[in-house]
Design a protein around this ligand. Sequence first.
Ligand SMILES: Nc1ncnc2c1ncn2[C@@H]1O[C@H](COP(=O)(O)OP(=O)(O)OP(=O)(O)O)[C@@H](O)[C@H]1O
Ligand SMILES: [Mg+2]
Length: 255
Amino acid sequence: MNIIEAKDISVTFDSYGDIIKAVDHIDFVLPKGQTIGIVGESGSGKSTFARVLSGLQIPTSGSVTFMGSPIQTGKNTYQGALRKEVQMVFQDPYGSLNPRMRIVKAVAEAIRQHQGLDKKTSTKVALDLLESMGISNLDAQKFPSKLSGGQRQRASVARALSAQPSVLIADEPTSAIDQSAQAQLLGLFNDLIKKGLSIVLVSHDLGVIRYLSDYVYVMKDGIFVEHGKSEEIFNNPKQDYTKKLISSIPGHVIK
Ligand SMILES: Nc1ncnc2c1ncn2[C@@H]1O[C@H](COP(=O)(O)OP(=O)(O)OP(=O)(O)O)[C@@H](O)[C@H]1O
Ligand SMILES: [Mg+2]
């Protein structure tokens, strides 16, 4: 069963009189419990499409459904019971963390809001969640700017998970962090996959995509130039564009 389906999605931006087709009539499905990778060069439309799936960007055309129901009602998306179901981790973790709020408070507030727990309990749940993700109770008291890049990324994943979503949309979660922090984050995603979370993973790091994804969509100039099972895309890419992207994976192959 598909937990998310997107049909005929376009997004155009008007930039000082120029019309930019960031996303150009594309279809996409996320089967329940799977991890779908979206790869492509910078500016190909990955983040814009991810924002459409998470309801933050209203498409110029097309529609998205969650478990068969449209996510959009009027000008709003993911209303009522749907609100917690799809959570996004942003390319820039400052996008999901309030710089003036201590990490534990940001996560506890999300828990209180989505799980209806009181202040004390939500703080405890937040501290436990952060600790399970490698952020000590001491570090949890810090403001986002006082954490390392990797800790900040894990904190924004924690915040997204505190809604207990069934879908996580992660936009470049491993960019701007070093190798060991990246390995830690990959381990975390592996655990989430084992727990049955459905994930859309956007990255220009094909090593990461190959390691985590069941299925891959390759994006260029707002369209998907090819898509297929991960091993198909990596072992037998059809498009020159995909071959070029794959040949840019540094050194060894992860899987
Ligand atoms: N709010 C906006 N207004 C105008 N143009 C935009 C806006 N957001 C994105 N674009 C344009 O849409 C295109 C796709 O951008 P997008 O951020 O989706 O690319 P991306 O694939 O995520 O790139 P990257 O790998 O660098 O993150 C780009 O040409 C970008 O300049
Ligand atoms: Mg992007």
